[in-house]
Design a protein around this ligand. Structure first.
Ligand SMILES: Cc1ncc(COP(=O)(O)O)c(C=O)c1O
Length: 382
């Protein structure tokens, strides 16, 4: 008999989540009802932000940030190369130019020194990514934004619950985005959130997620009017009441689940210390949310050693994965003229990166199996 496959990430749905969804299904509001407001309020509290706007997914959240910030053709946005494609694609959606910055070799978050060198008169925003769940160097980036009049957008899709210098991610940047995809900390199947402390930005995001119309159906019902005004070209990026009911139920467990992820990460860090892999680094001034536990293979032929390790672990039922190929190496960006060699630290990191299974639902036995299999594979290759 083969062992159960352990995926790199997986949602957890409990009976209380099912009950919350069933209740929403039986309610008067399948979409844009009280659960949306409830989830937004609870999420704003969780991340310490004044405003939260629920949207269709994390990519829509990023797109709406670009629109709300008024970014468009002729503008530039600085984005780290080592991230999921959506972090850069949102810049392209609004016709602006992506300027890729390299990451720091230690944290794999964007290198503020590189960012400073890339700022031009056309730069409108810096889009930081909390890679794997580790907050970027937000104070350094904020200083650059203040000096040059730029907006700080934080793609915090990996990092709900993380803290930077005592402040919660989601309350620090001008606009922060989150994702509720099933591999993330809490899920609504598909879903996302924009948080901000700026009421004007919150209001713009709220309008743009609903076609650019200033009121929603429920508000018009309450006001007893059919009239509405469309003030901007928006989208239908709404999140349903059914999904927000699930989100609310999931969010109640987020602190406990985050602790579980931290305990699992601590075990990996302890028990993998002797292997020829580089473990994630967590600076003292921030906490990690451990969306991913990404190690870097050390070897003369890094790419070859990583491929071998990937294959061996997969064959042993361990669902390792790779996050990420530098965005500009994808064909779409190559066709736009970006060349290999642009961000050497991101490229070197990519060659050795391997994400180990990480989710709150993993048992100690699962983690023990992952550690045992990696240890075996590393000894075999050494
Ligand atoms: C860093 C980052 N940004 C944005 C997204 C997009 O989120 P979604 O899948 O909810 O659209 C993801 C999703 O994996 C992500 O990892």
């Amino acid at each position: 008999m083969t062992d159960r496959f352990i995926p790199y990430g997986r949602h957890q749905i409990d009976d209380d989540d099912v009950a919350a969804v069933v209740e929403a299904l039986r309610s008067d509001w399948l979409t844009t009802g009280p659960a949306v407001e409830g989830f937004e309020g609870a999420f704003a509290t969780y991340v310490g932000a004044q405003h939260a706007v629920a949207v269709a997914n994390g990519t829509a959240a990023l797109h709406l940030c670009m629109l709300a910030a008024g970014i468009g053709p002729g503008d530039e946005v600085i984005v780290p190369a080592l991230t999921f494609a959506a972090s850069a694609n949102c810049v392209r959606y609004v016709g602006a130019t992506v300027v890729f910055a390299d990451v720091r070799d230690d944290t794999l978050t964007v290198d503020a020194v590189q960012v400073a060198a890339l700022i031009s008169p056309r730069t409108k925003a810096i889009l930081a990514v909390d890679y794997a769940g580790l907050p970027a160097d937000l104070d350094d980036l904020r200083m650059l934004c203040d000096r040059h009049g730029l907006l700080l957008v934080e793609d915090a899709c990996h990092a709900p619950g993380a803290e930077y210098r005592g402040r919660k991610v989601g309350s620090i940047a001008d606009l922060s985005t989150f994702s509720f995809h099933p591999v993330k900390h809490v899920t609504t199947a598909e879903g996302g959130m924009v948080t901000t402390n700026d009421p004007a930005l919150a209001s713009r995001v709220r309008t743009l997620r609903n076609h650019g119309i200033t009121t929603d159906y429920r508000q018009r019902e309450v006001a007893g009017t059919w009239e509405y005004d469309m003030v901007a070209l928006g989208y239908n990026y709404r999140l349903s009441d059914i999904q927000c009911a699930l989100g609310l139920s999931q969010l109640a467990k987020a602190p406990e689940w985050l602790e579980r992820r931290r305990a699992l990460a601590a075990r990996y860090t302890r028990e993998l210390a002797a292997l020829p892999v580089r473990l994630p680094c967590v600076p003292d001034d921030r906490t990690h949310a451990w969306h991913l536990y990404a190690v870097r293979v050390r070897a003369r032929d890094v790419a070859g050693a990583r491929r071998t390790l990937y294959r061996q672990l997969r064959a042993a039922g361990i669902g390792v994965n790779v996050h990420y190929r530098p965005v500009y190496l994808h064909s779409y960006y190559r066709d736009l003229g970006y060349e290999p060699g642009l961000c050497p630290v991101s490229e070197a990191a990519y060659a050795g990166l391997l994400s180990l299974p990480m989710s709150q639902g993993l048992s100690e036995e699962d983690v023990g199996r992952v550690i045992e299999q990696i240890s075996k594979a590393c000894v075999g290759s050494g």
